[in-house]
Structures are given as structure tokens and as C-alpha cells.
Design a protein. Structure first.
Lengths: 355, 355
DNA sequence: CATAAAATGATTGACGTACCTCATAATTTG
DNA sequence: CAAATTATGAGGTACGTCAATCATTTTATG
């Protein structure tokens, strides 16, 4: 076995580990001055096409790669990103907030400052007001869990025309002018939930109940859509009840579940939104437990998975989401071509055995 | 638009967000010299306990955080990490290799150089020989998919006593002196596979077949263990055939599958290792398709998921694995307390709908 | 060919930390 | 109390890039 270095990594290893090329080397091989190299590399303009090509060729030839440490140091750039989250202390938002505070510490060393702003959940005016604040508008980037409202869209439009990168988080606002969406594909989430629902239910008889938070929330709507599509396509045998709205509240979810249990024989319940606690309470003592699939690996859901009260959880990794958002905002505010695949977050699927 | 000079862009945000503290600020608040601060921060020793405490207090008080860009620049440290992989061009290793070449480019800017060394698969001597090479021993870190052999363990022991960080990848060698294992928990993987197998099979009748690559490979062994545990605990109704060895080869797997199909009525097949192609070939034309759960999202498996030939894939994210390995090796060679949770890679679960 | 405009060169000073040397101060030791 | 030891201070250089200025050369324009 000869260990041919993978791609042309010439004489590494043995002894002569030559120092990595710098802009000086590039300038020398291109036979231009340092200033010109700098102008080309940082796209400052005012350079003849001929020289641009000379520099570009020299970059390839020398194998020059910008030393990001030195660049960052020299620039002295600092980033201030603002996350706008609903104030609900409930499961998922809490997880997101935790992930955020985690990264807060980690990113300080990279000169990235993360501000968290809390607005009253479900209140459009609060969100709009937050987006209008001076100190938020001065951020280098804004990520928010946006409400589906024209006022919010208008505010986002204003920000983006001002040049502030805006990301939607968790739930998209595709008709707005946000630069990108960071979160899972919720249609896929719904479809995946349906696959497992159908297979877990197996040959059992009964209807399937979907409990969303709000059908006005795009993420929930999309999950319901995806779920319904696959259920009707692949498991037409199972009756799909109309989706109900639990408003992410345990009490409401409890009532809805009770009601459905009374009216139908349930083979499965898809908990599209929050409020699993209410769901579990309603099922307590019920003779036959339907298959239950829920979203987000909150403490409640984790516990319920372990005790076997629910069967499967589809999670959008909050930590990954935060990281993707930060990377994206940084790229955007540096006007770099975005590197990640748009901020799509793969789904994580949990059962009792792999928590 | 006022063109404020670039550095000195003081008045960010609301109030003018004072510049981040430097070692100078720490020195001033601690009432010691820069040199002393430096000695404390970089643990050079020779500082009175009293001064150490003064500096530490000043760090907290000022909120000083080391500017990693400046530190890296000043240090001029470069890392050279070596990955030792088997030469099998087959599915998973190829994916790992791809992920690695991807990161190779990305990490060059961070002064991390990744070398890939290929050794003949399943040959102990080749692996040992690779670990003995001068240029590999000179690495700042080594990650390898290790064979379960005393010679390899001995070689790892030698390296670690020399101070070279060594990681096991994909399959652990817990009795060796490797610094950490980067990969999934394969027992959990097996348990998870069993959960889905049991639930997907549902009320169908039939036996369950496990096809491992080699039962001498720890990762496969662990998966089989986990699978068996959950099957016997939770789905005792299903007969579990003794695990067979397909040596990750399509032809062997094909023969084994044919054989089993002839001898038993199969409700499910757990493809612990590679060679799914053979499995699919053997099943072609067979009247009843058993539930099939496989490992790693290779091209074959992805295609088979899409066509519905297999039901579920458990994947260990190769990209995440490579990143975790690099982070760990960097921390280790800087003698920092390791930040990640030891390099555990969460399982990714794929069905047709969420590829 | 003169002149304006564009392109390039030469040089310099940050940025914050690491690391080194040498001198001096403070403390311990005999 | 002197000598030896330990702690500290003062100062400088280097890392590679960015960003700016000003002088100079080359090219285009009428």
C-alpha cells in the first residue's frame, strides 16, 4: 500500500514542511505589489483586468489561503446578532434559549455577540415593536420566530432594504423578504410522522387525530399537510380526523383529547405542537393507548418516551439551528456567498432506545 | 452614509458598547505587569500565588476573553492530523473519505492539515505498519478505524505514551489507551434497530435474520448485542436466528440471504454491515418481502429507501464524525479539557420521506 | 504630444496575543 | 545582614492581514 497523498499535498510529512504562503508570496510570484494583491483579494476595484488575472493565477500557483485569524484580527470586526423569541417558557422555546446561551459563551471568543430579545408570544404588536427598536435595527443580523402577519412582513421588508440580514427561525415566512429560513422542512416532518404512524399502528383499527397548536402557524400547517398527504396516499385505511387546534396549551390539548377519545376509537395521535402534558393527562387511565407521535425533545417528551407513554419524537435540533443561524448571519453580513445549504435542519428521530 | 474610518467604529448599537477588554486591561485592574498576566494566562509558572489570584480576579472583573484570532496568529501553530482508513472503496468508508476531503478544504484556512492514509482493509499488519511510519508518528493527532488486534493496541499504546493523541473512529477499542472514541453508540444503534423492527413487523409471522459483516468487528458485535437484547425483551414472539457473517461483501450476503429465505419464513432482516446490494439481489422476485433495516446512508441504501426496497436506515453522520474528531484532536493536542461530550455521534434515522 | 485618468507601487500603522530578554524588586536562606 | 533565590516589571518583536496615504508609472483621450 502506497500512501499517495490525497490531492497533490506534495511533500508533507517528512521534513521540509515549508511555511504556508502569504500575500507576500503571492505578490512576488504575480510580479505585482502587495497593494495590488490586496486590492484584488478584497475586491477594492481599480485594478486592470490583466493584473487581476496575474494575481489569481499566483494564488493558485502558490496555494495561498487567507489566514482567517490574521484577517479577523486586522479587521477587528465584531458581530452583534439579535434573536427574537416568544416569551413562552414552554418546552421548545426554552430549549432554543438554552442552546443560545450556550453558544453565547462559545462565540464570545470569536467576537460574536448574541442578544436575546423576548416578546410576548402570539402578540403581533409586540413583535413589530421589537423589530422597530433602535438597538435591534442596529444589529448585524436578526433571527426571529416570525408570526404570520402582514405587519411583521412589512417590518422585515424595511430591515432588509436597510441591509440588515433577517432570518426566519423554526417557521418560515416565504413570502417575506427574509434572506433565509433556518429550520426543518416541516412538510417533510409531517410526512415522516405519517410514515411512522402508519407503520406503528399496523393492523389496528381506529381513527387518527392531529392536534396542532394553531393552524395559522405555518410550521404546524405544513406538518399537518405533509402528514395528511402521506396518510391518505399510503394508509387510506385509517380515518383521518380533521386537525384540531390546541394552542400549545396543556389544558386545551387535554380537553380536545378527552373529547376525541369520547367520540372515536383512536388508533393514533399526532401531536403537531406543544402541550403534550395535557395529552398525557387525558390518556391516563384510558384502556387502550393510541400510538402517539410528538414534536421536539422537551423534558416532558423525553420523560414520556422513557416511560413508554409516547412512541416517537421528531426533533429539530435547537443547537444545530442556532449554529446554522449564526453561520448564515455571519456570511450574510460579510456579503459572502452563503456556504450552508440554506439553513435546512435535518430531522432527528427519537424512540425510547436512542435518547 | 457617513464614512467613518473602519477601525474605531465606536458607537455601535445603543450606548457605545465599549471595546472588549484586552490583557492590558486585565494587567491594569490587577495592578500587575503585562508579563505577569501573560505568565498566569499561559501557565508559565514562576508567579506568586497572590499574584495569580489578583490576575484571576481581574479576568473575571473585566470580563476578559482571549481573542482566539490574535492568539492563533501569534502562536502560528499548525496542526497536522492523520486519518487512517481501510482502502475499501465501498459505501460507508467512501462517505467518510468524502466528508474528510470536504473538511480538508475548509480547515486549511484554520491551519489544520488533514492527511488521509489508506491501509489494506482487514489486514492487521498493514495497519500496524502504518502506525509505525515516521511521518505518521509526527502527526499532532491520529484517528483510525482500528482493528481488534493486540498488535494494534500495542502500537496505540506506544503512540499515546509518546504524547500523540489517538482516536478510534467508527468502532471503539475500549481496552486500548486511545484518548477517545468518536462514533455512535453501537449498542444503542442495535437497540434502536430492534425497536423499529419489532414495530414495523407488527403482527406478521416469521423469523428475524441478522447479517453482520464480521462478528469480530466490535461495532457489528455491539449492534447485534443491542438488537438481540431489545428483541428478546420486547418482541419475544419473533424468532431471532443466529447472526451470520457476510463480510461486507455483496456476494456473500446474497448467498446468506438466499439460504435463509429457503430455510425460514423471514419477517425481517437487520443488515448490520455493508453489502446491501447482495441482499436486494437475493430478494428480487421473492413473493413476500421482509422488513429490512440497514446501516449507513450510502448510495445503494438511499436508492433502496426511495424505491421502497428497504424500510429504514440508521446512519452515523460521517461529516459530523469527522468534525468531532478534528475538534477533539485539536483540544487534545492543546492539552485543553475536552469540550465535546467525548465524541458521541447521535444516530440519524432515515425513512423514505426524510432523506 | 500634452493632459487627464487609471493603475500600480512603496510604505506605514494598527489589531491582540505570545514569547523572549534583561533589569530590578521582593523574598527567602544561611 | 549578605547572598541566593524567586517574582515581577519594562520593553520589544513577530504573526499575516487590512486599510489607508501618497508618489509614481502606465494607459487612454482629444
Amino acid at each position: 500500500m502506497i500512501d499517495v497523498p490525497h490531492n497533490l499535498m506534495a511533500f508533507r510529512g517528512e521534513e521540509n514542511h515549508l511555511p504556508r504562503p502569504t500575500i507576500h508570496d503571492v505578490a512576488r510570484t504575480a510580479r505585482v505589489s502587495l497593494a495590488t494583491v490586496d486590492r484584488v483579494l478584497n475586491k477594492r476595484g481599480g485594478v486592470a483586468e490583466k493584473s487581476v488575472r496575474k494575481v489569481e493565477r499566483a494564488v493558485v500557483e502558490t496555494g495561498y489561503i487567507r489566514d482567517v485569524s490574521a484577517a479577523n484580527l486586522s479587521r477587528g470586526r465584531e458581530y452583534r446578532f439579535t434573536f427574537i423569541l416568544p416569551d413562552s417558557a414552554t418546552g421548545f422555546v426554552a430549549l432554543l434559549r438554552d442552546a443560545l446561551t450556550q453558544e453565547q459563551a462559545r462565540f464570545k471568543a470569536d467576537k460574536v455577540q448574541l442578544d436575546i430579545v423576548t416578546t410576548s408570544a402570539f402578540e403581533i404588536t409586540a413583535q413589530v415593536e421589537a423589530l422597530r427598536r433602535r438597538n435591534i435595527r442596529n444589529s448585524d443580523g436578526i433571527a426571529l420566530i416570525a408570526s404570520e402577519a402582514p405587519e411583521v412582513q412589512a417590518e422585515i421588508a424595511r430591515l432588509t432594504t436597510e441591509g440588515v440580514p433577517v432570518l426566519t427561525l423554526v417557521s418560515d415566512l416565504p413570502r417575506s423578504s427574509r434572506h433565509a429560513y433556518v429550520g426543518p422542512d416541516n412538510v417533510v416532518a409531517g410526512r415522516t410522522a405519517a410514515t411512522f404512524m402508519g407503520r406503528f399502528v399496523g393492523t389496528s383499527e381506529g381513527a387518527i387525530l392531529m392536534i396542532a397548536g394553531s393552524l395559522a402557524a405555518r410550521d404546524h400547517m405544513e406538518r399537518v399537510m405533509g402528514f395528511r398527504m402521506v396518510m391518505t396516499e399510503q394508509f387510506p385505511r385509517l380515518a383521518l380526523l380533521p386537525a384540531v387546534q390546541g394552542f400549545d396549551t396543556a389544558d386545551t390539548v387535554k380537553d380536545l383529547t378527552r373529547q376525541a377519545l369520547g367520540a372515536h376509537s383512536l388508533a393514533g395521535i399526532y401531536a403537531v405542537g406543544a402541550g403534550t402534558r395535557g395529552l398525557l393527562a387525558a390518556l391516563k387511565g384510558h384502556p387502550h393507548r393510541p400510538i402517539i407521535i410528538a414534536h421536539e425533545l422537551t423534558d416532558t417528551n423525553r420523560g414520556a418516551l422513557l416511560t413508554g407513554e409516547i412512541d416517537l419524537v421528531i426533533d429539530q435540533n435547537p443547537a444545530a439551528e442556532v449554529q446554522a443561524a449564526i453561520t448564515l448571519m455571519r456570511d450574510l453580513s460579510d456579503q459572502r456567498p452563503i456556504t450552508t445549504n440554506g439553513g435546512a435542519i435535518p430531522l432527528s428521530i427519537f424512540v425510547r432506545e436512542n435518547i
